[in-house]
Design a protein around this ligand. Sequence first.
Ligand SMILES: *[C@@H]1O[C@H](CO)[C@@H](O)[C@H](O)[C@H]1NC(C)=O
Length: 311
Amino acid sequence: MSSPPGVFFLRCLVIVALASHAEGEMYTSLQNVKQAINVERKLIEYLRTYIDSELERLEDIKRFYAKVSDLHTILYKGPAAATANPLVAFTLIKRLHSEWLNVIHSNEAQENIQTLRSKYQEEEADLPKVEDLRGAAKGLMRLQDVYSLQVSSLVKGRFQRITNGGVIDVCSPAVSVSLSGDDCFLVGKVAYEQEDYYHSVQWLEESVRLFRGAGGQWSPENEGTLEDALDHLAFSHFKTGNVSYALSLSHELLHHDPMNGRVLQNVEKYEKLLGSAGPSRECSLRRPSSSYLRTRDTYERLCLTKGSQDQ
Ligand SMILES: *[C@@H]1O[C@H](CO)[C@@H](O)[C@H](O)[C@H]1NC(C)=O
């Protein structure tokens, strides 16, 4: 049985990315990815129901709003006789005493979100754990190293590396997903937390670029913001010795968050360092030899030889 070219290779990429030794045991096979897709399918259904209920709720509120505002544009602006009408007086007093209260203190929004949350809780056992997420992020970085992939390409859903000055595709997946600023932030943060600034700089650079491009638009699903990414990126650059860049990123951060005392302190520290250090010392990003990279050569050998046999 021969797979179409590239399919084996892609499968190999997934295995390199997902296989992690101590962590993320749940996501060590493609089977797990299929299960995860099924869980998400259920979540989509629950969210659809939630959105429908919320839309209905808002429609009801809009009806009340239209009713009352119409009274004010039509009836109450008319001849003074309207205010002398006892039915007008009665309905006005009733509205102010109880209708507004019922609308404003309605529990419907809570009930809707509560239904959604309990549905989500039912699926909780099948949802990935934080170790799975960290494992998957480390898997991406392992993949990046094993195939010398460019982070800027990965972000666009492409598996590319620079060879002899030209960009070549390591493989061309049939389906492609691009990453968001928040996706890159998460990978960068996993690296950052391990003090692996070689990777955190690259992923956070992409994160900052994408968050800047999104123009500060808020998304409910995001964990990070442009400020968070700038903060982590500035510190990563500082740790790799690029103090001048750490300083300029901190200035950008202060532009968004001028009262951040910690960042103000960092700026002072960076300025002092730059003032006393003279010309900036040479620094280059080198791949660290952290434990999750130790198996690099094994993976490389395995995938490259098996890949060429398969084709
Ligand atoms: C600092 O980082 C910036 C952005 O990545 C880079 O353009 C610059 O060359 C770096 N400077 C040094 C001294 O490494």
